[in-house]
Design a protein around this ligand. Structure first.
Ligand code: NAD
Ligand code: AKB
Length: 319
């Protein structure tokens, strides 16, 4: 990886991935792109940045050629809750953007990464210790996009020899940029509200277990997989990776250890609850461990300590 183009670079993942990659590969070698431009973002101020709508293939190809990229990290997408609210737009961005990105990778012989999600599973998937290879009949537009995307990435590898790689991310928890329209967003919001007001109203119901991961582990996973020896990869795309799994009351109890007066109640959003109910309780990441050495450093306890400290350092809240 010498010249890397990142789409959707101002999002929750991109804003941290770009900075980490610039640290490793050099500021000028990581070209950040997004539909919008945030002038004050370090992603914009520390290295090359271009406005790019991923549904525009010729614009993407033009930028890729201009910077002579050898790696494409495709992050731009609509997340589960937004995709459920705007399914046709989600299809156009999530599938149209992915095909364009794969085509650019094929045309310029680039290494390729794109994330799938636990959203690629559905109600008929085994819920506990969900295997790498299993039933995938998702009932959401996001899930349909993710399954199709996983298959398309495998196809581009088999048919055209593109070096495609990817993981199925759990819900990601981070403090730099807020998440953008997902079902697992409650597990980020809760930290902000705990610090600001000492209370949180969860839109996900009590007893709903979902896989989650702290952002540093997610960023390390992307870089580790992209640097891994390709000849050892059996799955290549859509590796299950897991770090922790919890219900709303478990994260609340962990926060209470730091903010004793913290209280949580519930006002369940039926749409996001429905999505959450269709996802696994916890997934099995044995293949990622065996094929490229995936390991997560943060569990719920360690993440909560760090997350609250980092948010306090940013001046969030008084609790
Ligand atoms: P995000 O919503 O935070 O960011 C997406 C970015 O894409 C935004 O900056 C947005 O401006 C940009 N974008 C939207 N439409 C675009 C378009 N047409 N052209 C160019 N840019 C466009 O998303 P994220 O959380 O950073 O997710 C990135 C990828 O990771 C997505 O594929 C998502 O499905 C996947 N993922 C994320 C999570 C998570 O918890 N964050 C979990 C599993 C998978
Ligand atoms: C979402 O909730 O949509 C994302 C995801 C798990 O893919 N965080």
């Amino acid at each position: 990886m010498k010249k890397i183009l990142v789409t959707g670079a101002l999002g929750q993942i991109g804003s941290e991935l770009v900075m980490k990659m610039r640290e490793i590969y050099g500021n000028d070698n990581v070209i950040a792109t997004d539909l919008r431009k945030l002038e004050s973002s370090p992603v914009v101020t520390t290295g090359p940045f271009e406005i790019l709508d991923v549904t525009d293939h010729s614009a993407m190809l033009g930028i890729a050629k201009k910077y002579e990229i050898d790696t494409l990290v495709h992050l731009a997408a609509l997340l589960s809750a937004t995709a459920e609210a705007k399914p046709l737009l989600a299809w156009n961005i999530n599938m149209g953007g992915l095909v364009n990105a794969l085509e650019v990778a094929r045309e310029l012989n680039c290494k390729f990464f794109t994330p799938s999600s636990i959203g690629a599973f559905g109600p008929s998937t085994p819920k506990d210790n969900t295997p790498q290879d299993t039933i995938q009949r998702p009932t959401t537009m996001y899930g349909v996009n993710k399954v199709a995307g996983e298959l398309l990435c495998n196809y581009y590898h088999k048919k055209f020899g593109v070096d495609t790689r990817g993981v199925r991310f759990p819900g990601l928890i981070s403090y730099e940029v807020l998440p953008g329209g997902g079902t697992t967003d409650y597990a980020v919001d809760i930290y902000y509200e705990a610090l600001k007001s000492g209370k949180y109203t969860s839109f996900i119901a009590k007893g709903t277990k979902m896989d989650m991961m702290y952002m540093p582990d997610a960023i390390n996973a992307i870089i580790k997989l992209m640097e891994a020896d390709g000849s050892k990869l059996i799955h290549r795309n859509a590796f299950n990776i897991a770090a922790m799994s919890f219900e709303p009351e478990e994260i609340a109890a962990e926060i209470k250890k730091h903010i004793p007066g913290f209280i949580m109640d519930y006002d369940v959003d039926p749409i996001r609850q429905d999505i959450a109910n269709s996802w696994p309780n916890f997934i099995d990441s044995t293949c990622a461990k065996n094929e490229w050495g995936f390991a997560a450093e943060y569990d719920l306890e360690k993440m909560t300590t760090d997350m609250l400290q980092k948010l306090r350092d940013k001046g969030i809240g008084t609790k």
